[in-house]
Ligand binder design. Structure first.
Ligand code: PRP
Length: 215
């Protein structure tokens, strides 16, 4: 029996939204209305299948899912780790693959090796802190930035950065190297903890279909 309640998805705006929508469409959870992404509309509905979609900034996706206004979210593992919300991470969608890395000038290698008290600039202060304090047992100063983090070591704000590396192009153009790898990153599906119990059948079906599509 088709449930009357909408299943609500929070998707990450931008390139990931296009890729997530393709996956969802292939899994049979499509939304015609959303295909025209030029519109500034933020909420889209598939009335027939009782699906609702909205587009949000990446860091807000886990927030919507934790508070239950979205049953399901799709966003990067980087965001999920940084936001540390109470949600279930249920599936690796293998989209947007990249790596979280410690990067800097080659000269910063020795500072890392000797566990010096270095300055680390990052858009991801929690990930940076977890990595240095809990994995490397190295005390560091973390400086939160909001973008163009590569500037940190170039202008002398920090010794290294913790940031995403995809093609490596940004690092190369700025004379920086990957010094250490923190973890691999890709887009994940997250689920609200209450929805997982209440909408278990529909969500299980979605996970199974997506798993087949993702391969
Ligand atoms: C991300 C990341 C790096 C860059 C890595 O920045 O922070 O700067 O992409 O990609 P690459 O290895 O392919 O060069 P984004 O474009 O999201 O912008 P931002 O600097 O404003 O965060």
């Amino acid at each position: 029996m088709e449930s009357e309640r909408y299943l609500t998805f929070a998707l990450t705006k931008g390139r990931l939204a296009d890729q997530s929508l393709k996956l969802l469409t292939n899994a049979g959870f499509e939304c015609e209305e959303l295909v025209d992404q030029k519109s500034r509309k933020l909420v889209f509905v598939n009335e027939e299948k009782k699906l609702r979609f909205f587009l949000a900034k990446a860091p807000d996706v886990p927030t919507y899912v934790e508070y239950g206004v979205a049953d399901i979210g799709i966003t990067g593992k980087d965001t999920i780790m940084e936001e540390a919300r109470r949600v279930f991470e249920v599936l690796d969608l293998k989209l947007g693959k990249c790596r979280m890395c410690v990067c800097g000038p080659a000269s910063a290698r020795t500072l890392l090796e000797h566990h010096e008290l270095i300055r680390v600039a990052s858009k991801y202060p929690r990930i940076a802190r977890d990595y240095f304090y809990n994995e490397k047992y190295q005390t560091v100063d973390i400086i939160k930035l909001n973008g163009s983090v590569e500037l940190g070591p170039i202008v002398g704000l920090s010794d290294v950065i913790v940031d995403i590396v995809e093609t490596g192009g940004t690092l190369r153009e700025n004379g920086l190297d990957v010094l250490e790898e923190v973890c691999p990153i890709s887009a994940r599906m997250i689920v609200n903890q209450v929805s997982m119990r209440m909408e278990n059948e529909r969500i299980r079906e979605l996970i199974n279909r997506l798993r087949e599509v993702v391969g």
